[in-house]
Write a protein that binds this ligand. Structure first.
Ligand code: COA
Length: 162
């Protein structure tokens, strides 16, 4: 069985992430979406909240599983017997960082190939940071995140001024 792992900090997951998951699910027998820790970012949502968001967003995809992992991605790839790490590339600016991570993962685990999917043009500008920022200021995030999780994101981030 060909297993692909789609890792990310998903803080929160967006429609851009969902687009990558849907496309990866047609390329692999199974896709594991793994909420992981990016050491250079502070998270607004807990790992469990993010995993719950991802499960609700992907319930229409029978070959997609959601998991959380606090260790190294290269080790997780071995543990799950995966054949590839899936990453989305939005712009040239993503390339250098992604290239560095792909090479580091390959060095740590010779079997950890990284496959890049070009982010759909509708989501080129999108990031979790932008979604958090809009939600915190009371803006409408309905075009950026799945309807199933929109209210939970707003409830956590938006504190209307008295
Ligand atoms: N649509 C919309 N947004 C997208 C996107 C898409 N298709 N693809 C990426 N993004 C956004 C993400 O939301 C994220 O936004 P943010 O910076 O506002 O949080 C940004 O682009 C970067 O995404 P990504 O490159 O996937 O980074 P990440 O922080 O989400 O995930 C980990 C990085 C968790 C995969 C990485 O830190 C990791 O592997 N950690 C485990 C520990 C480890 O092994 N470290 C060594 C790695 S060599």
């Amino acid at each position: 069985m060909k297993i692909g792992i789609y890792p990310g900090s998903f803080d929160p997951p967006t429609l851009g992430h969902l687009n990558i998951i849907e496309r990866a699910s047609t390329l692999f027998d199974k896709v594991i979406v793994a909420t992981m820790v990016n050491g250079s970012k502070n998270s607004s949502f807990t790992m469990e909240e993010k995993a719950d968001f991802l499960r609700r967003m992907t319930k229409h995809l029978p070959n997609v599983e959601v998991d959380t992992f606090g260790g190294l991605l290269a080790d997780y790839v071995s543990e799950k017997g995966a054949c590839a790490i899936v990453k989305g590339l939005r712009a040239v600016s993503d390339f250098e960082y992604e290239f560095q991570m792909a090479l580091a993962n390959k060095k740590l685990n010779g079997n950890a190939e990284t496959v890049f999917l070009m982010t759909d043009q509708h989501y080129l500008y999108l990031s979790s940071t932008i979604v958090r920022d809009i939600a915190r200021h009371g803006g409408d995030i309905s075009g950026f995140v799945s309807e199933e999780i929109r209210e939970d994101i707003v409830n956590k981030l938006y504190q209307p001024k008295e």
